[in-house]
Write a protein that binds this ligand. Sequence first.
Ligand SMILES: *Cc1c(COP(=O)(O)O)cnc(C)c1O
Length: 395
Amino acid sequence: MTLPVKDKFVMPEGMIYLDGNSLGPLPAGVTEHVSTVVADQWGGNLIKGWNVDSWMTLPTRVGDQVGRLIGAPKDSVVMGETLSLKVYQALSAGLKMRPDRKVILSDSGNFPSDLYMAEGLIQQLEQGHELRVVAPEDVLEAIDGSVAVVMITQVDYRTGRVHDMDAVTAAAHKAGAVMLWDLAHSAGAIPVDMTASNAEFAVGCTYKYLNGGPGAPAFIYVRPDIINDVNPALSGWLGHESPFAFDLDYRPGAGIERMRVGTPPVIQLAALEHALKVWDGVDMRDVRAASVALSEQFIAEVEAACPDLTLASPRDAAQRGSQVSFHFSEGYAAIQALIARGVIGDFRAPDTMRFGFTPLYLDADDVSQAVAILAEILRDKLWDRPEYTTRQRVT
Ligand SMILES: *Cc1c(COP(=O)(O)O)cnc(C)c1O
């Protein structure tokens, strides 16, 4: 399939959207689908919807759709809650698999929520666990026999730097540790092969490159050969072997279903299920090739036209995910000035301007136009206005 497929998305006229790494745009048809689910299924069928509209199987059905994009077999991925919760679930299950070890190894390029969830879990367990956070380039050598779980986000949310999934997983396993990957900036961005990696756990969100909408539920993958030994920490009724038996004791369900917790967010899952149709017939290798081309073009044009910016991302495309970041001391204001002119990027403290390249709805013309506007903002200091320098709650 030739990319982009712009007609699969609803994009405001004149907007160049370089923030699909943070919140994907609205795929075509989702509005109509969600409105049918609300009006006909909820409105018309009410509680019968759980059966006649198959609401109850949405988490595994959508899980299989996501699974295809991350190289996971059928019945190994399930949807639910937010990514932070899925991190907690996977991490607690991983720690249970190595009761004699006390170290969770992560890196300083991880998204803070993952680290916070680990801290909270450690406090809750009160078993003397330790969160060890090393620099991203030191991860491999920090993996030793004390590590219970290696918990790494594959693509750095600020710089786009990519960890080698197979190499890190192999090192974790060699040291006897359990591997947990966070694919928040990988799923839908770069080719991922969970089966080939042999990692035990993976988690990720679906509102970034998977375009599921704000608050779309997260996914969790568990390697099929271990799932029936996994002990879920969040033992809600829908992860029970037989939820509608209403037993007083918890017994984990069969397979990946045990990673479910409570009532699924049906409307949000319906939006996601429809949104995932944009990937029908799309090969992640084509997406990757196009994303590398757009990112290389962006870097070359920015460096030629914007001498005040310095590249914050790895220069080698193979070491980079689907985003490019630049340092600029007035980055916040510059991003606000860009947004005011219809070019949407975002800012990550203290000085990083971040741009996502999503080949499903971006082409080379969009990149050139965005750089031209950015160059003008920098050359004429158009960012230097009070309305651009005042920080908003969400950056
Ligand atoms: C986006 C992101 C999150 C966000 O977690 P939510 O619970 O969905 O808000 C967590 N971890 C990583 C690595 C992320 O990139």
